[in-house]
Design a protein around this ligand. Structure first.
Ligand SMILES: [Zn+2]
Length: 215
């Protein structure tokens, strides 16, 4: 997870968020509620989030669109906070797995429950999470540094097996590049590229030490 600077509110929300929210809160049937609710999926909102998050999941930093449909994620779940369904600062981009029922789903732990979760647009993820590549164990692991970091890591499954195995393969390659970065300009250039916001697992690449192989 990396820090993301939120872009300006899309014009469609400027124009409609109050009316859309009122219709949703006034809906008296489940069908009416569902019809009112889905306006958050407006293309303009999704496009703004895709640019803002560089087509990466706000939580696990996986690129999404080449393997799955991106999801507009409500940081505070719309089931518990319907008044925030169209609130721009409550919207993130997520992969279907982090946002799915097995992980975040409708959960939103409060402070007394180890929360709230780390919000990449409001918190500094580095203050709550460490991104550790263990070359010997061959594992790229997210470690919670605070109670909120630990809750976030667990609830979002940031070390789930498939994700960590894939992430480890990516980070293994960049760790080799990092070992040459001080002496090889091309290695340094590629490493600098991989540290940018739009690259997968940038938080991990940024944490790699540069130097000679074997230190
Ligand atoms: Zn994800």
């Amino acid at each position: 997870m990396i820090k993301i600077v939120r872009s300006p509110k899309p014009k469609v929300l400027e124009r409609h968020e109050i009316a859309w929210t009122n219709v949703l809160l006034d809906a008296s049937t489940e069908e009416g509620k569902k019809r009112a609710e889905k306006k958050y999926q407006h293309r303009e909102i999704k496009d703004a989030l895709l640019v803002m998050f560089h087509d990466k999941c706000a939580y696990c930093e996986s690129k999404i669109s080449h393997i799955a449909y991106e999801q507009i994620e409500h940081f505070r779940p719309k089931s518990k906070f319907p008044e925030l369904t169209f609130e721009w600062t409550n919207l993130l981009l997520s992969c279907p797995i982090c946002n799915g029922l097995a992980y975040k789903g409708d959960h939103f732990p409060e402070e007394t429950e180890g929360g709230p979760l780390i919000n990449p647009c409001e918190d500094m993820p580095d203050e709550h999470l460490d991104f550790v590549f263990d070359l010997d164990a061959r594992l790229a692991t997210v470690v919670g540094k605070t109670a909120r970091g630990e809750t976030t890591k667990k609830l979002l499954g940031l070390n789930r097996d498939d994700l960590r195995a894939y992430r480890t393969k990516v980070i293994m390659r960049f760790s080799v590049l990092a070992s040459y970065a001080k002496t090889d300009p091309e290695a340094k250039r590629l490493l600098d590229e991989a540290r940018k916001d739009d690259c997968e697992y940038a938080a991990f690449v940024r944490s790699l030490p540069t130097g000679d192989i074997g230190g």
